[in-house]
Design a protein around this ligand. Sequence first.
Ligand code: ZN
Length: 402
Amino acid sequence: MDLKPYKLLNRIQHYAWGAKNQDAYIPALLGKKTEPDKPYAELWIGTHPNASSTLFADGENHLLQDWISRNPDAILGQDVSRRFGGQLPFLLKVLSAGEVLSIQAHPDKMQAEQLHKRDPEHYPDDNHKPEIAIALDALTALVGFKSSEDLVDTLNQYPEILDFIGADQAQNFISKPDENLKQLFSTMMSRSLSFPDQLQDAINRLANRLSVSSNQTEADSLFLQLRNIYKEPDIGLFTLFILNLIHLNPGEGIFLKAGIPHAYVKGNIVECMANSDNVVRAGLTPKFKDIETLTRILTYEQGVPEIYKILDKSVETHYQPPVSEFQLQRLDIEKDRSVEIRMETGIQILLMIEGAVQIQRNSDESINYKKGDSILLPAGLKQYTIKSEESARIFIAEPGIS
Ligand SMILES: [Zn+2]
């Protein structure tokens, strides 16, 4: 097998919340025509069977995992191949949210194994799905429960939500918020299933009040906007008030470990995760909601998880979350520069966000790549050089440190 860079061909997922028309980032990145009114939600780069990447070699197309399986030690690297049973441990995505995604959380490894065994239709993978999201432009997201202080304020400022939860439960929470978040959230979720009419009524009352309010918060206007999309009583419309609404600048990232509720609201991101598609949904979705599982797997930690900041003008930005499956770096290279990359953990996948480069291994031939290309670099290359022909922005995904 020739150890050289291979260009990958990747699949697009057209989920309904994906960005459309002139907002569609993914076809613009790939230099493809945008079909009118078609949503372009996610580009999947990896081996996941729902939408595997392929590569062309020896005169034919191969599924990426088939290609890796021919020589896992040379492609993944010996250590990675041993640690992950010959499988690529991560899935890299470009995600482009035109509308808010469902509010969700992901199971940890043990929970994922149990869920998959019990309900393989809704939980297709037995793997956990820690994920990192890095903003390509401005990203708005709902992430993690608010602090106790903020939650008490929220219940006082939104009597419609308090009434729906029930005065007793709400008072329990207000008097001892640090101990009663799980109870508060579980009550809210289970009542949404038992009393959909009361939920609809509470949503209508809040909408009527907010629509004539002269000082709407950002969450208020998000609620009003989403209520026009979710006509059925959806508890997600209330959940958005009890999570933190955050904004990331380009290059900033956030790591979501198991059990943290979250929803991307708007923006384009590069996302990397363990190779899994396990999602437990809580609201803002017409899809299957598994509220019993959700309330059980959440960690009920409060506050905003740590945000990865970027240093101005640095060529390399590293994102190293505490997982063994993946880490990322972002390279910002000016025109006519060259950068040596050492492959320290094994296989790498490059994603070109901007610009044009040449990649050269050893001293022999160099290959040209441009914006939108994604490239597999087998571990056996050990090192290579990137030469920028135009200023370039590149993400590199690779396995984490064991
Ligand atoms: Zn997620």
